[in-house]
Write a protein that binds this ligand. Structure first.
Ligand SMILES: Nc1ncnc2c1ncn2[C@@H]1O[C@H](COP(=O)(O)OP(=O)(O)OP(=O)(O)O)[C@@H](O)[C@H]1O
Ligand SMILES: [Mg+2]
Length: 221
């Protein structure tokens, strides 16, 4: 099993107030799956994505990622595993506006130790895969929404991740552009990359073989 969560809890604590955002989440994901996570606003979808992506810690239960016990890792090990395994796509694109398209795609590689020549070819390959041509020198804030999301996908795949985590990847796009973006994610999935995405959109969810609903911090059956 690639991802195995067992009875995972997440409790947000601010001062005296605590709030349990996830309750005993059991989730197993096989390599190569394409999964949609649905549920109302505040249900805990992003919280779950952050835990799966090793961006955030959890408070109870266990998380095995490809056999590694994530709960037992320190920050340094966690970020290493995250950079090696995960590609992230966020609803608001999360690009650096003043960076060029090239630099935005290259961010995960700049964090590693790859040389500039290899970075160049990896970025060009990722850009071509998502249909971004002739835009590498443009600034991110000069792109359309659909182009921005292509850059975000290129950045997510440039590191050859095993898992793509997408939180509302089509939330800011019109239906036709959303369809293109989902097509790109499907294409990545067909290459064997596991894709997990949060979506409010039933048409988008329908592109996934498996749909999981989160209700008040629990997985609904
Ligand atoms: N840093 C935080 N501190 C305290 N509470 C938080 C924090 N982050 C999220 N929460 C709460 O946890 C719950 C789940 O939040 P989460 O962001 O996972 O929801 P979501 O399902 O992604 O919602 P949306 O569809 O609106 O994005 C919400 O009630 C939210 O208010
Ligand atoms: Mg959310």
């Amino acid at each position: 099993m690639l991802i195995e969560l067992r009875k995972v809890d997440k409790i947000y604590q601010s001062g005296q107030v605590s709030f349990q955002a996830l309750k005993e989440i059991d989730l197993s994901v096989k390599e190569g799956e394409m999964i949609a996570i649905q549920g109302r606003s505040g249900a805990g979808k992003s919280t779950l994505m952050h835990i799966i992506g090793c961006i955030d810690t959890f408070d109870g239960g266990s998380y095995q990622l490809d056999g590694t016990d994530v709960g037992g890792l320190r920050d340094g090990q966690l970020s290493k595993i995250r950079n090696r395994t995960m590609g992230f796509i966020m609803q608001d694109f999360a690009l650096v506006p003043k960076f060029s398209v090239f630099d935005n795609i290259a961010i995960p590689l700049y964090l590693g130790s790859m040389g500039m020549r290899k970075i160049q070819s990896a970025v060009e390959e990722a850009a071509a895969e998502v249909g971004l041509f002739g835009l590498l020198d443009k600034k991110a804030n000069q792109l359309s929404g659909g182009q921005k999301q292509r850059v975000a996908i290129a950045r997510a795949v440039v590191n050859s991740p095993r898992i793509i985590l997408a939180d509302e990847p089509t939330g800011a796009l019109d239906a036709a552009t959303a369809g293109e973006i989902i097509g790109l994610l499907k294409q990545q999935n067909e290459k064997g990359i596991t894709v997990i995405m949060v979506t409010h959109d039933n048409l988008v969810a329908a592109a996934c073989r498996r749909i999981i609903e989160i209700r008040d911090g629990r997985i609904a059956d």
